[in-house]
Design a protein around this ligand. Structure first.
Ligand code: HEM
Length: 512
């Protein structure tokens, strides 16, 4: 191995008097592969030898210094202080943090047949307590594989996803009308707290894919049960981290977080069940009248697979949940950054109009031809990865990572926020520079920014999400110039299980 690496390095040096960035990247890769290899052949270290804060220091950071909402920043601080791997006790849970792309790759390449994110999740505890089924986010093993294979056919292949563009475009039309209305209602023409509007858009979008019908989130008067559903998701995310960080005995003294967490989930399950039952009853009536039912929507499809209804309810609940904050947060940050970078906004609009010609509504095939659009969304997700830290538990064997032996069942935290803001991996890492994704000169480690995850357990909604984002951004930019609120301040991200804007994003939408 060493011999080939030396030969490759020599060849690279000879062949490039003016070393190109790609060659520099290959050289770096060879060096890091060599150093990983040599660190592995050195004696394997155990978790006892791994650096990390003491239990008290980490608990102090978490609870006394508002660390739960700063968990993404703690990743960056942890890497600076301890290097690419460190251990910390998150409440009762010991977790190994991994904050270097090559090491994240090592973990993911060893994740096995049925990858598991976490076996200690409060989400699973809730389902067990209430006797609910598991959805794709929480199911494991063969149960997960069965549903994953069924759903993947319908929402992963680009061809299958193209079928949703008309449905999603009708939701975007309502969003544009809502933005117009909000502008007219505001004396300064500023739409305050854009994320709230976009939560409703996210929920309406995913509902249209799941139920092929509209649930009124973007109506002038939003149905109260919709607002309660969105609020339940938000509170549930806050309580997720808190309930996991609290040791069992503390739950008995302060039962409120766990109780609130369960109430939120109760409402989310109830909301999803209400919509599923209503949709399936409508279909049953149509069938009874001899009408043909040709449902493309996912709920209908899932209900026809012979799965227990419990599984249908839990999967639809989890898909609804997965489609709300992810879309709203990414779209909020995209508009925030585009408003602060008018030159990027103008180029993007030019790209959209160039592809559409005289048309005003893009389809899936159009957005596929928009490289800058893809680069903008990639850059937004690099700066603000919705899931700032992912996790894996390898249950069936011990694994080696970065020269350490990680015992089976250890919770491994993958620090995606830290890698995507690492100046060694991305020049000027805190700046919004979408063109970095278009330049062939700049090579990035393939695991440096992986906002949708990688491999068998990666985001199943990725293509739907991308389509929805591209359609919404294209049409917003055709209709409006997006400007920052002159009185607005810089908005930073915060962790609420997911990475979301810490304060309101207010924007001006000026009709073009
Ligand atoms: C910008 C938008 C989105 C981002 C950044 C995102 C990101 C992610 C990430 C990082 C994961 C974990 C992957 C892993 O563990 O390796 C995930 C899982 C998942 N996502 Fe998304 N997601 C987005 C939108 C959506 C949407 C719209 C849906 C629903 C259609 C969805 C459904 C899911 C589901 C069901 C899983 C669990 C997959 C499994 O365990 O097999 N996501 N997502």
């Amino acid at each position: 191995m060493r011999h080939y690496q030396r030969m490759l390095q020599q060849a690279l040096r000879v062949s490039s008097r003016r070393t190109s960035p790609l060659l520099r990247w290959v050289e770096k890769w060879v060096e890091s592969a060599a150093s990983l290899k040599s660190s592995e052949t050195r004696q394997v270290k155990t978790l006892d030898e791994m650096p990390g804060p003491s239990v008290c220091a980490f608990a102090w950071d978490l609870f006394a210094k508002r660390g739960l909402s700063r968990l993404h920043e703690l990743q960056v601080e942890g890497r600076k202080r301890y290097g690419p791997m460190w251990k910390a006790s998150f409440g009762p849970i010991l977790t190994v943090h991994v904050a270097e792309p090559a090491l994240i790759e090592q973990v993911l390449r060893q994740e096995g047949q049925y990858p598991m994110r976490s076996d200690l999740s409060s989400w699973k505890d809730y389902r067990q307590l209430r006797g609910h089924g598991y959805g794709l986010l929480t199911a494991e093993g063969e149960e997960w594989q069965t549903v994953r294979s069924l759903l993947a056919k319908h929402i992963l292949p680009p061809r299958a996803v193209e079928a949703y563009d008309t449905t999603l475009n009708s939701v975007v039309t309502d969003l544009l009308e809502k933005l117009q209305l909000r502008c007219r209602q505001s004396p300064r023409g500023v739409v305050t707290d854009i994320a709230t509007e976009l939560y409703r858009f996210g929920l309406e979008g995913i509902s249209s894919v799941l139920f092929e019908s509209r649930i009124g989130c973007l109506d002038p008067q939003v149905p109260p049960e919709t607002e309660r559903f969105i609020q339940s998701i938000n509170t549930m995310f806050v309580m997720t981290l808190l309930t996991m960080a609290m040791p069992g005995w503390l739950h008995r003294i302060f039962p409120k977080p766990w109780d609130t967490f369960c109430q939120c989930w109760d409402y989310m399950f109830q909301f999803a069940k209400g919509h599923i039952d209503q949709r399936l009853q409508e279909e049953a009536k149509r069938l009874a009248h001899g009408e043909e039912v040709e449902g493309r929507y996912l709920t209908y499809f899932l209900s026809r697979q012979g799965l227990p209804m419990k599984t249908v309810y839990s999967n639809v609940t989890e898909l609804l949940l997965a489609g709300v904050d992810t879309i709203s947060s990414t779209l909020s940050w995209s508009l925030y950054q585009l408003s602060r970078h008018p030159e990027v906004q103008a180029s993007l609009r030019e790209e959209v109009l160039g592809v559409l010609g005289t048309r005003r509504v893009p389809g899936a095939a159009d957005v596929a031809q928009m490289p800058l659009m893809k680069a903008v969304v990639k850059e937004v997700l690099r700066l603000y990865p919705v899931i700032p830290a992912n996790a894996r538990v390898i249950a069936d064997r011990d694994i080696h990572v970065g020269g350490y032996l990680i015992p089976r069942n250890t919770l491994i935290t993958l620090c995606h926020y830290a890698t995507s803001r690492d100046e060694k991996l991305f020049s000027n890492p805190d700046a919004f520079l979408p063109h970095r994704w278009l330049s062939k000169e700049q090579g990035h480690h393939p695991y440096a920014s992986v906002p949708f995850g990688v491999g068998k357990r990666s985001c199943i909604g990725r293509r739907i999400a991308e389509l929805e984002l591209y359609l919404a951004l294209s049409r917003i930019l055709i209709q409006f110039d997006v400007k920052p609120d002159p009185e607005g301040a810089v908005v930073r991200p915060m962790t609420r299980t997911l990475l979301v804007p810490q304060t309101e994003i207010n924007l001006k939408f000026i009709e073009r």
